[in-house]
Write a protein that binds this ligand. Structure first.
Ligand SMILES: [Zn+2]
Ligand SMILES: [Zn+2]
Length: 374
């Protein structure tokens, strides 16, 4: 899925990263407001597309809210290429089932639903192990098949992909469950009650990791970032115990100060930069856990001597494409009354979707989550 290639204006892969990245001006071709289609670097157009039909095992969902993800932004910037072009981007959604294909049992017309970013086969070694995110036949929404930044999306293998959204969770909050909340939940599964946790990165995954680290009973959660507005948000809305601004403070020293010189039990790198990875390793307690939900654009270097000498444990974290886990997250959101909606900083219509990418790309008005409502 993550081919380390850029691609040229004609859409073909560009094997030489030194070649100049093509700049394609974003064009708005408003025919009918149907879908945000990705054509190439910085080129998302709102187009009219054919409405999908539900085949065997499939359903069609009318999208109520869809969020633009960091993964979509990677495509927009040319850091990676999706599996097909052009493609409707997006994999974070909530909506209502409007058409049910033959053989679908668990989902009915009219159901409010959410789902994970990828569709698993249910039959391979990993699916049988319950680790659907590692499925050998994984299909990414908005990566291999058309995604949800559209009025309608077709969901294959609906029975094992979709989860019902209770009435007391809004569609807006719902679109953040399948990926943002689920990934943070999964990252925080490595946290034990009483642990001191440092989370690097103040994007949606960083924030949701902080939220679920608290839910898991972390003794202390430290937020590390470079923007005061985001650090304040983490303090006020997510209840983190301390916030470190890397622009003003030496993060490793500060974290050692906050932990009696020992370091943290768990460091979660939700930023995915050389600096954050190095700092995360350096601020860990001996025997500590490094948890990495971030996707690095460039392969970082890792001090393996430190990893061995300190017996550090390293965990990669992908969004679990598992309906039972989505159900667990929904139950937590309801019982703890977590304010997921506070992650949403921008609300746009579908015809403004290209603007949504610009907002995230250029960080206009400190975006956390940009939600598109068809
Ligand atoms: Zn996502
Ligand atoms: Zn599978």
């Amino acid at each position: 899925m993550y081919t380390k290639l850029l691609y040229r204006k004609d859409g073909r892969p560009n094997a030489n990263k030194d070649l100049i990245l093509p700049k394609v001006t974003c064009r708005w071709r408003l025919i009918v407001l149907k879908a945000a289609v990705f054509y190439g670097v910085e080129d998302v157009r709102v187009c009219e597309v054919e409405k999908p039909k539900a085949g065997r095992g499939e359903v069609v969902v009318e999208i109520k809210s869809a969020a633009i993800c960091g993964t979509d932004l990677h495509y927009y910037r040319g850091d990676a290429i999706p599996g097909k072009l052009p493609i409707i981007l997006g994999h974070e959604f909530s909506g209502v089932v409007v058409e049910v294909g033959e053989g679908v049992k668990n989902v009915s017309k009219g159901d409010r639903v959410v789902g994970p970013p990828s569709i698993s086969c249910g039959e391979c070694y990993y699916c049988r192990e319950g680790r659907e995110q590692l499925c050998l036949n994984r299909v990414g929404l908005g990566v291999h098949i058309d995604g949800c930044l559209a009025e309608y999306v077709k969901i294959p293998r609906a029975d094992r992909t979709l989860c019902k959204l209770p009435d007391d969770i809004s569609f807006e909050e719902g679109c953040l469950i399948g990926d943002v909340m689920l990934t943070g939940f999964h990252a925080a599964e490595k946290v034990s009650p009483g642990d001191v946790v440092a989370v690097f990165g103040t994007g949606p995954i960083g924030f949701s990791s902080m939220l679920f680290a608290k839910v898991k009973g972390a003794g202390k959660v430290i937020c590390v970032g470079r923007r005061d507005v985001a650090l304040n948000f983490a303090r006020e809305k997510l209840g983190v115990d301390a916030a470190v601004n890397v622009k003003r403070e030496n993060v490793v020293e500060k974290i050692k100060d906050l932990t009696d010189g020992l370091g943290v039990d768990v460091a979660i790198d939700a930023a995915g930069a050389r600096f954050t990875l190095k700092s995360a390793i350096d601020c860990l307690k001996r025997g500590g856990k490094l948890v990495v939900p971030a996707l690095f654009v460039e392969p970082p270097s890792l001090d393996m001597i430190k990893v061995t000498m300190n017996e550090l444990e390293i965990y990669g974290v992908l969004c679990p494409a598992n309906v039972n886990k989505i159900q667990q997250v929904i139950e937590i959101l309801r019982s703890k009354k977590l304010d997921v909606g506070s992650f949403i900083t921008h609300r746009l219509s579908l015809d403004e979707a290209p603007r949504g990418f610009e907002i995230l790309d250029r960080r206009i008005d400190n975006p956390v989550k940009v939600v598109v409502k068809p």
